[in-house]
Design a protein around this ligand. Structure first.
Ligand code: GLN
Length: 293
């Protein structure tokens, strides 16, 4: 069928643009199909099931124009989450823009670990360092209404995005502060400190590829070995945790051993690393030793 002379149906649009996205971004056909459907569904304000159930329908011109501009952005490499302006994390919908890192599924492990150490019947205090969109802080706050969460980011723009997310998601027990890691915390101490800091090596070629090109580099890269922020956080955290408080850190696929070493060196015991759903050691935890332990 000649698409130039016949208005394209939803099925034809999906087939055609799936191939374009796959080629432009070196994605598999199934990844490209999913992305095409997600963009088309968003432009038409329907869900993906609608696209399949109404495969023979032709979209209105105005909606098609909206879809085409979203498609062009994706073909130029822009991440789907920035085009849609939202990303799901821990069952919640977060607003995202290029001022914040796009929440990753593997980071849900940090929320699981924090919740597993937080009782739900008494007040606790949690600090989230480098909060970005606020995803971790807000997910914890929503699941532990008695817990007070303070979340910090050095970027004022990120703090704005996080505050908007807390407002929309009605997370009332989380406070956002602009600051550099623990520097703004004075003498405050917490039961748990959690962080998904930058941890990619600053000369890693991946930083110039794919979605990462569009994300804030300050949220991704940390020094020559990628561990600069993790070292800083481990050193600061011991001043801001109760004795036997937990530090919970996300790190790169090959940094678990180095992280455990850094935590031990900074006064943490019972260090352990946990794997994400892909089976990659993705988070390391440590318990702050009490003075006489
Ligand atoms: N996990 C992210 C990635 O490799 C990096 C996030 C981070 O540095 N905290 O794409």
């Amino acid at each position: 069928m000649n698409l130039a002379h016949n208005p394209a149906t939803l099925a034809q649009i999906t087939g055609r643009d799936q191939a374009r996205i796959a080629t432009a971004l070196s994605l598999s056909q199934s990844e490209a199909r999913l992305e095409t459907q997600v963009l088309l569904a968003a432009a038409l304000n329907v869900n993906r099931a609608h696209l399949i159930a109404h495969a023979d329908e032709t979209p209105q011109e105005a909606l098609l124009t909206r879809y085409c501009s979203m498609l062009e952005r994706r073909l130029a490499g822009e991440p789907v989450a920035y085009i849609l302006g939202t990303r799901e994390f821990y069952g919640l919908t977060f607003r995202v823009n290029p001022d914040v890192l796009i929440p990753r599924p593997e980071t849900e492990l940090l929320v699981d670990l924090a919740l597993s150490h937080l009782p739900d019947n008494r007040p606790c205090f949690v600090l989230d360092l480098g909060t970005g969109s606020g995803a971790i802080a807000i997910a914890i706050a929503k699941h532990r209404p008695h817990t007070q969460v303070i979340a910090i980011d050095r970027s004022l723009q990120a703090v704005r995005v996080a505050k908007m997310n807390a407002y929309t998601l009605q997370a009332h027990n989380v406070t956002f502060i602009q600051g550099d890691w623990c520097a703004a915390m004075g003498v405050k101490i917490f039961d748990i400190i959690v962080a998904n800091p930058p941890y990619i090596r600053e000369n890693d070629p991946h930083l110039a590829q794919g979605d990462l090109r569009f994300e804030p580099q300050s949220a991704l890269a940390a020094g020559e070995d990628g561990l600069a922020s993790i070292r800083q956080i481990a050193a600061d955290a011991s001043q801001h945790l109760v004795p036997e408080g937990w530090l919970i850190l996300e790190h790169g696929y090959d940094q678990a051993e180095a992280c455990r070493h850094i935590l031990k060196h900074a006064g943490f015991a019972r260090t352990a690393s946990m794997s994400d759903l892909a089976g990659i050691e993705r988070a390391t935890i440590g318990l702050l030793k009490s003075d006489n332990a």
